[in-house]
Ligand binder design. Structure first.
Ligand code: 5GP
Ligand code: MN
Length: 341
């Protein structure tokens, strides 16, 4: 189990503005034009963190452009300002900027966008292993979501928590905690969510919009994924397989696969899930989730990826049959280690 809550929860509710946050505040206030980016294949935390920041910069009268390598999953487009995100492999030639704010990226390559190198970079991240590639590096592994850090920065900038900003902060936290399942949640997480609710965010509506937005095709896909699920390690490890033929058969795209990895964890015995997504060229995208102290990040690290204790991933050249055994062996070892703790 995670650590017990500190006796004085209020002390964690608003952390003192540390020198790094005040430095970033000053760097932001002294500049006018910003580029905001995050990792390829954006998730709720990257979308929420970027849009909350963009709305805060609007409130300060600053200019900002958001440049991402990939589109967000369709259902995120209901949230305010998503159409501002420009999709590009290269920073647009006309994107003059005094600073780039990079969220959620251990290194600049994770953005999947070329052309940020050599600019003034503000690096904001909560993943273990950040390479400190920025001119300012703010890296806090204790944050349950990058959105928690953005919340701190927005408070430091004295920007009021508007409905739009609160919506994106809540989106970041709700999704990056696996809807309040992961072990890095603290009293402060709820304090931020409380303030978001006070600013008008409706938690029930947010959960419905984010998690209950499946197409019928996705329901079919759930059936076919679970049908093909393998149980290993005496039922403690679930393995899911997906390829384009399965997607086609259900009328789905890769955007429909978000969240499916969590399904096996709802079975009591299952301690970890490995989700293999095989691309037509044989490249294998591996996502992992786990419960409690089972640390799948160490497995991701061993294969050049990263993430968090309970949610991590990496990509390997296939073929699947060649890499599968070694990966599952390491996850089985991580389960043995985590369950023993
Ligand atoms: P997902 O399984 O949802 O793609 O990723 C889960 C977590 O692992 C996220 O926090 C994500 O940032 C991290 N992650 C996934 N893939 C990679 C990767 O290839 N490299 C690194 N450094 N982190 C990854
Ligand atoms: Mn995150």
């Amino acid at each position: 189990m995670s650590k017990p809550a500190p006796a004085d929860a209020a002390a964690t509710a608003s952390r003192p503005l540390d020198s790094l946050v005040s430095r970033i505040r000053d760097e932001v206030l002294s500049r006018q034009r910003f580029l905001i980016t995050s990792h390829a294949r954006p998730d709720g935390d990257s979308i929420g963190s970027q849009l909350a920041m963009a709305h805060a910069l609007d409130a300060l009268g600053k200019q900002s452009r958001i440049v991402n390598a990939d589109r967000a999953p369709d259902h995120y487009y209901e949230f305010p300002g998503l159409d501002r995100i420009e999709i590009a492999e290269q920073v647009p030639a006309d994107a003059a900027a005094d600073a780039v704010i990079v969220m959620e990226c251990g290194d600049l390559g994770r953005t999947g966008v070329r052309g940020f190198e050599g600019r003034y970079i503000i690096n904001i991240d909560h993943h273990v292993g950040n390479r400190m590639y920025g001119d300012v590096n703010w890296f806090d592994v204790s944050a349950a979501a990058c959105g928690e850090m953005v919340f701190d920065l927005i408070r430091a900038l004295d920007v009021p928590l508007s409905f739009e900003i609160a919506t994106h902060i809540y989106l970041a936290i709700l999704t990056d905690t696996g809807s309040f399942h992961h072990s890095n949640i603290t009293p402060r997480t709820f304090d931020i969510c409380r303030q978001a609710a006070e600013a008008g965010v409706n938690p029930a509506a947010m959960a419905r919009r984010i998690f209950d937005s499946n197409s019928f095709g996705k329901l079919k896909l759930i059936g076919s994924l679970l049908d093909g699920m393998q149980l290993l390690d005496e039922g403690r490890l679930a393995v899911l397989y997906l390829d384009d033929a399965m997607l086609d058969a259900c009328g789905c795209t890769h955007n429909d696969t978000e969240g499916l990895i969590n399904l096996p964890l709802t079975a009591r015995e299952i301690q970890a899930v490995v989700f293999f997504k095989v691309a037509p060229d044989g490249v294998v995208r591996v996502s992992m989730r786990s419960k409690y102290d089972v640390d799948v990040r160490v497995v991701a690290n061993a294969f050049g990826g990263g993430g968090h204790k309970n949610a991590a991933g990496f990509t390997v050249a296939g073929p699947l049959d060649k890499v599968r055994g070694g990966i599952l062996e390491r996850v089985t070892a991580a389960i043995a280690e985590g369950v023993r703790r």
